[in-house]
Design a protein around this ligand. Structure first.
Ligand SMILES: Cc1cc2nc3c(=O)[nH]c(=O)nc-3n(C[C@H](O)[C@H](O)[C@H](O)COP(=O)(O)O)c2cc1C
Ligand SMILES: [Fe+2]
Ligand SMILES: [Fe+2]
Length: 394
């Protein structure tokens, strides 16, 4: 009985990944409520053997156990570094210590391998678009695709298997199954991941998609989450996401200390609902800003709602604003709603936020303390204006 699970995902391609069940946050930013996986793969040719990426260094013992189980005393010849981030490349120094293997990566990858892992440059082969290595009956072709997370990233394609090793592109912090058809909520987890990692880089994502469309892809093996043996659905979603296509959907992000702002939000919500707008409402008390990323992927409008605190937006809304701006979402329209006690100073901050985030400011509604009937009427009218904007845009 084998000690480790090293499933063959395709002819002479084996999964070496580890599951980090306990991990609860990624990049100190993105919530990972069911942990994540670090996927690495081994490709066995007739003459040579290659590793596709490595593993998070916390899992190196298990990783080497798997390699030994599969190869016995046969050495590894190549390590393909699609990405230099430590969750995939952190075990590269160990692999290069153990085997006389060549590290294959992009020009920028060679620089980062030296910087992060002290890899001597004479252990590295730099590849360009379309370069390949022949493993004997299995070929790996390389497609540098900068910024499908970091500047050095590349895609590796195995034409004999029509298999694309995409690293973080198409990845998901989803521990629920090895293959897409065995895992839960595949697109939902992939969308969260896309929102956190790829959305700010949508333009580079579109360029990578153009490359991928030229390849004949029947399987996608990413660096986190399930392997797609039915890649059509995720490819269709990525086409929409990287093209920044939005839905008639609004995200309402608010905070309220004494429920004045919350009552304004409630009025707004009813009108948007009546107009058929899909909505998501987040009270930033108890919401991790990272949770917003998933919804920002395809949302057309943002309603920021904040009381005035010390002359500004509530700090939690300021924080949410920083996060939203950082993720560079395809939001088109924004509205700011505010309850204040003695001065209208917060609204200027709301307007400034929309300006700097390049979101069209559709309006600002200010209410002194609790909203009265006239305020509610103004809110209904403002919500209707926003809804019409959202709906007019297809
Ligand atoms: C800690 C704190 C600081 C505040 N600072 C300001 C302020 O600088 N300017 C102002 O106009 N109102 C200020 N207010 C008043 C609130 O903006 C006002 O009561 C508002 O209606 C609260 O809305 P909420 O119930 O949605 O939190 C402050 C209130 C609190 C509790
Ligand atoms: Fe990454
Ligand atoms: Fe990663």
């Amino acid at each position: 009985m084998d000690k480790y699970a090293t499933p063959q995902i395709s002819d002479r391609v084996y999964a070496l990944g580890a599951t980090d069940w306990k991990r609860r946050v990624f990049d100190a930013l993105a919530p990972t409520p069911i942990g994540t996986t670090y996927n690495g793969y081994l490709v066995k040719g007739d003459n040579k053997t290659a590793l596709i990426d490595t593993i998070h260094p916390d899992f190196r013992d298990e990783y080497f156990g798997k390699i030994e189980q599969l190869l016995g005393s046969t050495p590894v010849d190549y390590v393909i570094m699609n990405h230099a981030e430590p969750d995939h490349a952190g075990a590269i120094p160990d692999v290069l210590d153990k085997f006389a293997a060549t590290l294959i990566t992009t020009k920028k990858g060679a620089e980062l391998a030296g910087l992060y892992y002290n890899v001597p440059q004479d252990r590295i082969r730099i590849v360009k678009e379309g370069d390949s290595v022949d493993l004997g009956g299995k070929t790996l072709t390389f497609h540098p695709s900068p910024f499908i997370h970091w500047p050095e990233t590349m895609l590796t394609y195995l034409p004999e298997n029509k298999l694309l090793f995409s690293c973080d592109f198409f990845a998901a912090h989803n521990t629920s199954g090895l293959f897409d058809d065995e895992a839960d909520d595949v697109i939902l987890w992939a969308k969260k991941y896309y929102g956190e990692i790829m959305m700010p880089l949508a333009k580079m994502g579109r360029m990578a998609m153009d490359k991928i469309r030229k390849l004949d892809v029947e399987m996608i093996a990413p660096s986190h989450g399930p392997v797609y043996r039915h890649p059509e659905t995720i490819l269709a979603e990525y086409t929409r996401w990287t093209n920044q296509m939005t839905k008639p959907k609004a995200l309402i992000v608010y905070v309220s200390m004494y429920k004045h702002t919350e009552r304004m939000v409630e009025v707004f919500v009813e009108i948007l609902r009546n107009k058929g707008i899909e909505i998501r409402v987040f009270d930033m008390v108890g919401t991790e800003p990272g949770e917003l990323a998933e919804h920002l992927v395809d949302t057309r409008a943002l309603v920021l709602a904040s009381p005035t605190v010390l002359g500004a937006m509530h700090p939690l809304i300021q924080y949410a604003g920083i996060m939203i701006k950082t993720f560079k979402p395809p939001l088109k329209y924004g509205m700011f709603i505010n309850s204040y006690g003695w001065g209208k100073s917060a609204s200027a901050h709301g307007a400034e936020f929309f300006d700097s985030a390049k979101i069209e400011n559709v309006g600002i509604i200010e209410v002194n303390a609790a909203p009265g009937e006239e305020d509610n009427q103004n809110l209904r009218e403002a919500a209707a204006v926003l809804a019409d904007k959202i709906l007019a845009d297809t």
